[in-house]
Design a protein around this ligand. Structure first.
Ligand SMILES: *[C@@H]1O[C@H](CO)[C@@H](O)[C@H](O)[C@H]1NC(C)=O
Ligand SMILES: *[C@@H]1O[C@H](CO)[C@@H](O)[C@H](O)[C@H]1NC(C)=O
Ligand SMILES: *[C@@H]1O[C@H](CO)[C@@H](O)[C@H](O)[C@H]1NC(C)=O
Ligand SMILES: *[C@@H]1O[C@H](CO)[C@@H](O)[C@H](O)[C@H]1NC(C)=O
Length: 170
């Protein structure tokens, strides 16, 4: 039965939209899905941050479609620099575990930490490469439906970038 249920699952990305709010800071080079098979779509993102940001906050919110997308399940803000050096936020930890193998945004100190000031800088190409969804990634009972996860990046206290990723779970 377990095997049957697993095979019945379709869990894949359906759309990806990235928007820079300040093109002199964040440049979206790539933000697209590629269909590999009927049940598998990979996500590739390549965003260049042109300036060093020492204060990086991401507002993460999940939505479920029902007459438009409605807030669903979670909404949190994660301080990325604090999170990278110490996974202090359980929701962010769960969320990051889904894509940590597919991103270069997983540098740890002292790679991008200024050890004297204890500041971390985010600059350069931020990549997500070949990320796809697998049923075993979901450790929560997820009802069938269409979902959106929205990430609003605040770099040095200004909203600079939006990454919206849509997926369906059947
Ligand atoms: C956009 O980024 C530039 C840095 O390149 C900064 O000087 C400017 O204040 C930012 N503009 C806004 C509206 O955030
Ligand atoms: C990301 O985009 C930049 C700018 O187009 C490019 O120079 C860089 O090679 C890209 N990185 C990857 C891994 O494709
Ligand atoms: C960090 O990302 C790279 C791919 O960019 C991956 O090879 C590596 O395993 C990741 N490290 C951790 C600790 O997740
Ligand atoms: C897609 O389906 C194939 C065969 O039906 C299966 O082997 C594979 O694990 C599935 N992939 C995902 C991401 O569910």
């Amino acid at each position: 039965v377990a095997i049957y249920l697993q095979e019945a699952v379709i869990f894949k990305f359906t759309n990806a939209v990235c928007e820079s709010f300040n093109k002199s800071w964040a440049v979206v080079n790539t933000c697209r899905l590629r269909a590999i098979s009927r049940n598998m779509t990979i996500l590739n993102i390549n965003v260049t941050l042109l300036h060093a940001a020492s204060n990086v906050l991401i507002d993460v919110q999940m939505f479920k479609r029902a007459n438009g997308y409605k807030p669903w399940l979670f909404k949190f803000t994660v301080d990325v620099c604090r999170f990278v050096s110490k996974s202090y936020n359980p929701a962010a930890k769960l969320f990051f575990s889904v894509f940590k193998e597919y991103t270069n945004m997983n540098h740890t100190c002292p790679y991008i930490c200024n050890s004297i000031l204890n500041i971390m800088f985010f600059q350069g190409d931020q990549l997500v490469t070949g990320l796809y969804l697998r049923p075993e990634l979901v450790r929560l009972p997820l009802p069938s439906g269409d979902y959106l996860i929205s990430l609003i990046w605040m770099l040095n206290n200004k909203q600079q970038l939006m990454v919206n990723v849509y997926f369906s779970f059947v």
